[in-house]
Design a protein around this ligand. Structure first.
Ligand SMILES: *[C@@H]1O[C@H](CO)[C@@H](O)[C@H](O)[C@H]1NC(C)=O
Ligand SMILES: *[C@@H]1O[C@H](CO)[C@@H](O)[C@H](O)[C@H]1NC(C)=O
Ligand SMILES: *[C@@H]1O[C@H](CO)[C@@H](O)[C@H](O)[C@H]1NC(C)=O
Ligand SMILES: *[C@@H]1O[C@H](CO)[C@@H](O)[C@H](O)[C@H]1NC(C)=O
Ligand SMILES: *[C@@H]1O[C@H](CO)[C@@H](O)[C@H](O)[C@H]1NC(C)=O
Ligand SMILES: *[C@@H]1O[C@H](CO)[C@@H](O)[C@H](O)[C@H]1NC(C)=O
Ligand SMILES: *[C@@H]1O[C@H](CO)[C@@H](O)[C@H](O)[C@H]1NC(C)=O
Ligand SMILES: *[C@@H]1O[C@H](CO)[C@@H](O)[C@H](O)[C@H]1NC(C)=O
Length: 826
């Protein structure tokens, strides 16, 4: 017996040695995979073998992308018990179980629970499929009948084709459980699963604390899930039958690599591989803003990330405890203003553009109509709200809620929710606690939109015109520019002092800049003057001297310094050091000999030195830089003043974004903010910012779109005039695009050097970025993907500021309400 066993092993060893010469995707009971050997899927996409995660020396059996570096593991077998040396062996037992054995100690660290079908399957084989699925099947049987598959036991990664959800017959639940840390694949406390208590919804918990939930599925997408709409890359599928409920996705083009991943911090991400840069790019993050967190505003509260404070009570409700509420302690939520008087005096109030409440304990019937649904809710006095389930094909299905409505927020989706309310609350208007400025603005909006008399239009138009001329290059001295520090004081909680910045002494800087002599002055930024300097070793620097009138305290200065120092990207200008002596505060940057982009693209002679490929390189670099600010850095930063003069160029004409004087950081889950003072530069600011003072990353996307069109055309947006019509650059570009003549936008000298398809694509992307509605504009991650991939782009809608000789409606309100501060370009 012993001899036989050894012979058996020897045979397996021989076979596996043979096997490593040619890559294989299958092992039989006679073969083993030792540490160092791998199985490779038939299309060479995935590879299975032993690996060590992060800085750990432990060995785990896992599956990763074969051609991607750094190694990206998508599945791990022995998550909990590692092999502590390199003696690991992977094999398939005759009974169909997959085994990971530490052969030095002769222990089985992991085995699959393969359920054998009767009669006993002979000669089972394990195969790594092209989908990344590791399966066990009987030799010769078709793929449909797997005895076991790794897709049924997901870890932290959700690959195309995998089912996320429950088998309602067997009860098998496919959940994601992320790694403890990048060094340790053992299951953490986070878990994402399909919650089937009530209508199914996608849920994430930590321990047993609910963190977030998305759903219900409305036929297109999970209600309230950001950026989840179907597109040209991904197809979503949601199946809910008697037998199973699951979600899965497929990629239209398998050469695109995309995965959904829950990282050890519990963040829910979709990542796409960008071949050009060899990086995983965050395509979306389920936690877009503070309202993504479960029930931030308490029961019957409503979260709106665009408002400050974000929480309010749903209409018809009032704070449970108004003292707590006004102190931004929202967890106790809201109660009805007037108690219900069922069955006599109640009605239903429709809510539009809200994420439907938590569907736990809800009741549903998927074939009822909205009318039947209304009646069902009316009849049952404990029913507090109802809605259609599926909004495709005009709406169908019925969802009923009982008791408090939890986790409601505003979203850009049109799925109506009907909430039961006492008659007297049905007509109540918006809560009256709004700051008066808002009310004033609303009145102004109403007034403006009602007044359609020509006289008024002409009047406003001429005011706007005169005013825009006046302010374009004027810095208003008495309007302190909102500086970066005001938003950053919370940074003090990030106290890791790992910045390797140099300190520059005042004497050193004075010497370098010839005592801040006027001929060394490069220009004036949001903070104060900028000087060029040469250090003793010949190194050239740019010195930003914070003006003493900009109200910057030393603490804020330090905060800001810490923060900017942590931003490091090849497309951001690099901070070298700082100086604070007495009341002098200075930041020292690398010096950019080619100065700024506007000096090239808008200059007749210099623009000829920028051929198409250079320009494309610059566009692409700017996009990467902004993307980094928006989401890849540890913070979420909106620059707010992207323009050609703030794009500096190094020796090799690589673009570097500069001047964070107006930048604003968003707290973790903030998404949009509001300011009473609009800052920025005419021609680059987005309509919603100009009108409402609302800015978000989409305002930067808008400015980026303008930049793209300027770089392509060599024309300035502000001050653009065209002989034929009164278009601005955006409208002109859009018109040409619609007429199929977009190439005419290209400045003449580039027509030879350009790649037509790339130019058209750039214009197309530029137009998508300047669309009127912020929600229509792509995020920077989509923009970068659009540049990197060749998928079909959606048609752009009419851009903002589509003048057509008419009044630019967006400005009329800002004239009354907001001051526009345009900074003098350097
Ligand atoms: C298959 O054999 C292995 C090794 O002897 C054992 O650990 C496992 O429990 C068996 N599985 C089944 C389903 O019998
Ligand atoms: C490993 O286990 C097998 C059977 O379980 C046994 O025959 C063998 O002696 C063990 N080897 C070691 C080194 O313990
Ligand atoms: C195998 O099944 C047993 C009992 O059903 C369970 O305790 C164990 O966790 C399962 N192991 C795996 C790897 O799924
Ligand atoms: C698998 O089946 C094929 C025929 O169906 C047979 O030729 C082959 O020997 C089998 N392999 C094993 C390991 O049993
Ligand atoms: C898939 O993408 C690749 C590379 O982006 C492209 O070459 C190919 O044409 C695409 N295939 C389809 C069917 O779209
Ligand atoms: C990825 O990029 C490399 C060069 O960086 C290129 O050789 C390869 O063909 C690209 N692969 C795909 C799938 O586009
Ligand atoms: C759902 O509603 C339809 C139409 O009202 C009805 O025929 C069906 O029996 C209901 N199903 C359940 C499970 O209540
Ligand atoms: C109202 O609905 C709840 C939940 O489905 C149910 O328990 C209760 O019996 C219903 N009440 C009436 C009066 O139908």
């Amino acid at each position: 017996m012993e001899v036989l066993h050894n012979l058996f092993l020897l045979f397996g060893l021989l076979l596996s040695i043979l096997a490593t010469c040619t890559s294989q995707d299958t092992i039989t009971v006679d073969q083993v995979i030792r540490d160092g050997d791998t199985l490779v899927s038939a299309d060479e996409m995935y590879e299975l073998g032993f690996f060590s995660p992060g800085s750990s020396r432990n060995r785990y059996l896992g599956i990763w992308y074969k051609n991607i570096s750094p190694q990206t593991v998508v599945w791990v077998a022995n998550r909990e018990i590692p092999v502590r040396d390199s003696s690991g062996v992977f094999r398939i037992h005759t009974n169909g179980s997959l085994l990971v054995i530490a052969s030095s100690s002769n222990t089985t660290v992991w085995s699959s629970n393969t359920s054998l079908v009767s009669p006993i399957t002979i000669n089972p084989v394990a195969q790594l499929l092209s989908s990344g699925n590791l399966v066990v099947r009987g030799n010769g049987t078709e793929e449909v009948s797997f005895l076991w598959q790794s897709f049924d036991y997901p870890g932290d990664t959700f690959l195309p084709g995998m089912k996320f959800g429950k088998d309602l017959v067997s009860g098998h639940d496919r959940r994601w459980i992320p790694w403890k840390s990048v060094d340790d694949p053992s299951p953490s406390e986070f878990v994402a699963f399909m919650d089937t208590d009530g209508f199914p919804q996608l849920t994430e918990e930590y321990g047993s604390t609910r963190l977030a939930r998305f759903g219900p599925w409305n036929g297109f997408t999970f209600n309230g899930m950001p950026n989840h709409a179907p597109n040209s890359i991904i197809r979503h599928e949601f199946v809910f039958s008697d037998k199973e409920v699951f979600y899965r996705y497929a990629l239209f083009n398998n050469s695109v690599l995309s995965r959904v991943y829950v990282n050890p911090q519990g963040d829910f991400l979709r990542l796409n591989w960008v071949n050009r840069t060899q990086e995983w790019l965050i395509y979306w993050n389920a936690y877009v803003d503070m309202c993504s967190r479960f029930r931030v505003c308490g029961p019957n509260g409503k979260c709106n990330p665009n408002k400050s404070p974000a929480c309010s009570c749903m209409e018809g409700f009032e704070p449970q405890n108004s003292d707590e509420w006004s102190a931004s302690e929202w967890s106790s939520g809201c109660r009805r203003r007037t108690p219900l008087d069922c069955p006599n005096g109640d009605g239903f109030r429709p809510f539009k553009n809200v994420k439907l409440p938590d569907t736990r304990h809800s009741w549903y019937n998927r074939s009822m109509t909205l009318g039947e649904c209304t009646n069902a809710c009316k009849r049952n006095c404990s029913c507090t709200a109802y809605a259609n389930i599926d909004i495709t094909r005009g709406g169908s299905g019925c969802l009923l809620w009982f008791g408090d409505l939890n986790d409601v927020r505003t979203v850009d989706e049109s799925q109506d929710l009907y909430v039961r309310m006492a008659r007297s609350d049905l007509t109540i208007t918006e809560s009256t606690s709004k700051p008066s400025s808002h009310r004033k603005r609303r009145i102004v909006i109403v007034a403006v939109s009602i007044a359609s008399s020509l006289v008024m239009m002409i009047l406003i138009l001429s005011i706007v015109y005169a005013w825009s001329k006046k302010t374009r290059h004027v810095k208003k001295p008495d309007e302190p520019v909102q500086t970066i520090d005001e938003e950053y004081s919370m940074e003090s909680q990030h106290d890791d002092d790992d910045t390797d910045l140099s300190y520059f002494s005042m004497t050193k800087i004075s010497k370098a800049t010839k005592d801040f002599s006027n001929d060394k002055k490069l220009g004036e930024g949001g903070f104060g003057p900028v000087y060029m300097g040469v250090l003793d070793d010949g190194k050239e620097i740019a010195v930003k001297r914070l003006s003493k009138t900009s109200r910057q305290g030393v603490n804020e200065f330090k905060n800001e310094l810490k923060f900017i120092a942590k931003l490091q990207h090849r497309n951001l200008v690099k901070l070298l050091g700082y100086c604070n002596e007495g009341d002098e505060n200075m930041l020292i940057y690398e010096y950019m000999p080619n100065k700024s982009l506007d000096l090239f693209i808008f200059d007749k002679t210099k623009s000829s030195t920028l051929d198409w490929s250079r320009r494309f390189h610059i566009i692409h670099g700017i996009a990467r830089g902004i993307l980094y600010l928006h989401q890849d850095s540890r913070f979420k930063i909106v620059h707010r003043d992207l323009k050609a003069s703030n794009i500096l160029l190094d020796d090799d004409m690589n673009p570097k974004i500069s001047d964070f004087g107006l930048a604003r950081m968003f707290r973790d889950h903030e998404n949009e903010a509001n300011t009473n003072r609009v800052v920025g530069t005419l021609g680059y600011i987005s309509p919603e910012y100009a009108v409402d003072g609302t800015f978000s990353e989409k305002s930067d996307v808008f400015s980026f779109g303008v930049l793209v069109l300027e770089i392509v055309s060599g024309k300035k947006n502000s001050g653009f005039s065209h002989e034929k019509d009164s278009d601005n650059l955006l409208a002109h570009a859009w018109r040409l695009f619609e007429e199929g003549m977009a190439l005419n936008l290209l400045s003449a000298h580039m027509r030879d050097s350009c790649v037509e398809s790339k130019v058209l694509r750039s214009i197309h992307i530029g137009l998508l970025c300047v669309q009127h509605h912020a929600k229509d504009r792509p995020t920077m991650s989509s923009v970068v993907l659009m540049f990197d991939q060749d998928g079909v782009l959606p048609p752009p809608k009419q851009p903002a500021f589509f003048a057509q000789g008419a009044i630019p409606r967006v400005y009329d309100i800002s004239v009354n309400e907001v001051t526009l501060t345009a900074l003098e370009p350097r």
